[in-house]
Structure formats: structure tokens, C-alpha cells
Design a protein around this ligand. Structure first.
Ligand code: MN
Length: 244
């Protein structure tokens, strides 16, 4: 099995190395990741300048850094490697839960693979000021891969790891509220500036990804690429039929 590994924290992230090392037990691994951090870049692609590869030492693994986004890395990596069987993205330094998925470069890399018809899994680890304990999380990532690789293909799964997992739990995306906020401040020269942050500020609903991680479960959320609002669409069809 050929496994392409990428992330949005950049080629030198310890989370990327941890994921690639776990993946190596499941197949042939190639790492293609952004040369600098691309967190919160979402599903952006680079269209106004050329992209370049540079070979990068990463233990004994074949690895390349790209001057592009996570989605660029998946596009290039799958273009230059025939029949990639699985794309893994992460392990992100920080959760990608609920509506954070919209901004996430980690999830976008997996989405790009899904667009190309390749099964993909995004991995993110909860952070509480300190770096996640990847040595402790790696066996859990292996358990997730074992479980998901038994699934029928194709699939797109968003996986979020708590600090100290106690098990795996399938969960829906928490979408009740959007937590994006603009926080004003002042720089050392007295000029006003703004930070755009998206931190949760409400209790999560049971059964959601955020609830699972807060209860120390690894949240597994299957995602789809079709954004159609089916209920609204059928309403529109009914309305159109009744006015004919
Ligand atoms: Mn990131």
C-alpha cells in the first residue's frame, strides 16, 4: 500500500514525523508537506506562481517540502506517485473540531485527496499550551488506522485525539455554533490591531466530535464533499411543482 503523508504545520513538525512513522508500519510512505506552516489556509491552492519540490531528510523516510499549501502538496504528491492508496494528513498541533473544519489546512489536505478519489484521513491532536505527547499518541494512531483500513472505500475521515485517549468513538461534527471572534488590541506603537480567533466557548452536545474529545475519546467523524442542503432543495422542488 502506498501512503502519502502531509500536514499543514509544515515539514519540520513533530506531528508529521509521528504520523509518517506510524504509517510506515502499514505500507510504503512518502512525505510531501509545506515548507512553512500553512495552518488555517483551508483548501487554498497556489495558482499565481510555480511550485517546487526539495528533498528533505526525515529519519529514513522519503520526504519532500513544497512551497505551497496542503492541497498543493496532495495534488503534487499524487501526481508524481502512481496509484496512491491512502493520504494521511497531520498530526496537527491542535484540534480540528466542529466548524474549525472550514478553516483547517489539515482537513483540506484530506479533502483534496477525496476529490481525487483517494481515501484520506486527517489527524489532529488536542493542545493545552504544551506540545502533544506524540510517543504516547502513536499507538492510538496505529489503532485508528487498523480500524479504518477495514472500512469500505472510499472514505474521508476527520480524526481528533484528546491528550490521553481511552478509546475510539464515532461522532458527528459539532455545528451548533460558530466560535469565530475578532479580538481588538493595541500594538507597541499604540496602533489598533485585530486578531481573528476561533475558540469554542460553549458546552458541546453529546455525540459530537467536541464532546468525544472532551470526554477523552478519539473522535472519528466521516465527512462528505457534497455540501448540498437536501432539505432546502426538496422544499424548492416542491414549491416549483406546486406553482407549475
Ligand atoms: Mn496546523
Amino acid at each position: 500500500m502506498r501512503i502519502l503523508v502531509t500536514n499543514d504545520d509544515g515539514i519540520y513538525s513533530p506531528g508529521l514525523l509521528a504520523l509518517a512513522e506510524v504509517a510506515a508500519a502499514f505500507g510504503e510512505v512518502r512525505v510531501v508537506a509545506p515548507d512553512v506552516e500553512q495552518s488555517a489556509m483551508g483548501h487554498a491552492i497556489t495558482i499565481a506562481r510555480p511550485l517546487h519540490y526539495r528533498s528533505t531528510p526525515m529519519g529514513g523516510l522519503e520526504a519532500y517540502r513544497v512551497n505551497g499549501t496542503p492541497a498543493d502538496c496532495v495534488a503534487l504528491g499524487t501526481h508524481h506517485w502512481d496509484t496512491v492508496d491512502l493520504v494521511l494528513s497531520g498530526i496537527n498541533l491542535g484540534s480540528n473540531l466542529g466548524n474549525e473544519i472550514w478553516h483547517s489546512g489539515t482537513v483540506a489536505a484530506a479533502k483534496q485527496a477525496a476529490l481525487l478519489g483517494i481515501p484520506a484521513i486527517a489527524f489532529s491532536a488536542f493542545m493545552n499550551g504544551r506540545e502533544p505527547d506524540f510517543a504516547a499518541l502513536k499507538p492510538w494512531v496505529g489503532r485508528v488506522l487498523e480500524a479504518l483500513l477495514r472500512e469500505p472505500k472510499p472514505f474521508l475521515i476527520n480524526v481528533n485525539l484528546p491528550l490521553r485517549p481511552k478509546g475510539l468513538l464515532w461522532a458527528r461534527q459539532s455545528v451548533r455554533r460558530y466560535e469565530g471572534r475578532v479580538i481588538p488590541g493595541t500594538d507597541p506603537m499604540g496602533r489598533e490591531h485585530f486578531w481573528f480567533v476561533a475558540h469554542p466557548d460553549h458546552e458541546p452536545e453529546e455525540g459530537t466530535d467536541r464532546w468525544a474529545v472532551e470526554h477523552n475519546f478519539i473522535a472519528l467523524t466521516p465527512l462528505r464533499l457534497d455540501l448540498t442542503d437536501e432539505a432546502r432543495l426538496s422544499q424548492a422542488f416542491q414549491l416549483a411543482a406546486s406553482t407549475e
